[in-house]
Design a protein around this ligand. Sequence first.
Ligand SMILES: NC(=O)c1ccc[n+]([C@@H]2O[C@H](COP(=O)([O-])OP(=O)(O)OC[C@H]3O[C@@H](n4cnc5c(N)ncnc54)[C@H](O)[C@@H]3O)[C@@H](O)[C@H]2O)c1
Length: 354
Amino acid sequence: MTSTDRTGTVLVTGAAGFIGSHTCVDLLAAGHRVVGVDNFVNSSPRVLDRLRKVADRDLEFVRLDVRDRAALGEVFRRQPIDAVIHFAALKAVGESVEMPLEYYDTNVNATLGLVGVMAEHGVHRLVFSSSCSIYGTVDTVPITEDTPARPTNPYSRTKWMCEQILADVCARDPAWQVISLRYFNPVGAHESGLLGEDPRGVPNNVMPYLAQVAVGRRAELSVFGDDYPTPDGTGVRDYIHVVDLAEGHRLALDHLADQSGHRVVNLGTGAGTSVRELHAAFSAACGRDLPYRVVARRPGDVAALVADATLAREALGWTARRSVADMCRDAWQFQRLNPGGYDDEGEPDEHVGQ
Ligand SMILES: NC(=O)c1ccc[n+]([C@@H]2O[C@H](COP(=O)([O-])OP(=O)(O)OC[C@H]3O[C@@H](n4cnc5c(N)ncnc54)[C@H](O)[C@@H]3O)[C@@H](O)[C@H]2O)c1
């Protein structure tokens, strides 16, 4: 991948996951070769055929655990890799409090190993999945990248530690070209209805929960607190369509071709949506008023997290284009066609918007 030819071979870790699968589709469509790796700890192997079908292109795939440096090294030995997008991680905040060692091992140790293997093979271009959760409780929104990181749980600390490790590596060796993308709240699904978010167990996030209420898998949405200092009292978040997010990764790769060092960029829309507003939008998308109940605040939740998305626009030329209505329409479409998720028998029988 040179600054004139922007396509190349991209290793995508966590390729079968929610954001990874949508990003593979976007990269393949743009002409990149993609080598995906995943151990399916939080995803289904069925995703791979679906993403090949949506992209109408093949991707190479290796089942491995990213903590296994020898297996990663073998992938780099087998073919030239130009750049890496590192999604593979454990991501549930509550679980990270219960299982901190697993989180530090998977998220931090594996990143250290990956960077080491990349260095051994002369690959220095990396897009790292970071999170807006590293900002913790903020005093002001929208949140710029200069806002001090104050992570409040092991998951967020793993992301913050990885960012610091990457910054140190880049400071030592100017060959490195690294960008940490701090995502706000990725939701939605591919418009084909073939790819989407399919959490294992009870969803931690409001959008997949709403989708499961809409499809009859859950009785009602629990709204965690309506006494926050927000316009309607419910929590406000910056929801971003996963396809917009996927495009952001491709543009970040393009951007890296021309810059060295470590850069941090927020990926969000810059607009906040409350839980009540999201509930109304999802009810409109699925055509019925979904049941909900207001319950106590959830420990660790904050009133509002909204990105200042200026840097992404200026540095990457990226702006989120899809609305909250689009996010709800696509998430509902995926859930409707796959009521039990990827592990339902058979393929969905309707594919719109191909
Ligand atoms: N979805 C969000 O709300 C959100 C927000 C901010 C940041 N992120 C970050 O974005 C990245 C992708 O998130 P996602 O929502 O697609 O999650 P996901 O769980 O759907 O995808 C992660 C993928 O990584 C794989 N994986 C995990 N551990 C692995 C290991 N040891 N070896 C190989 N594969 C492994 C999982 O099987 C899964 O397919 C993660 O790093 C996450 O922390 C996600």
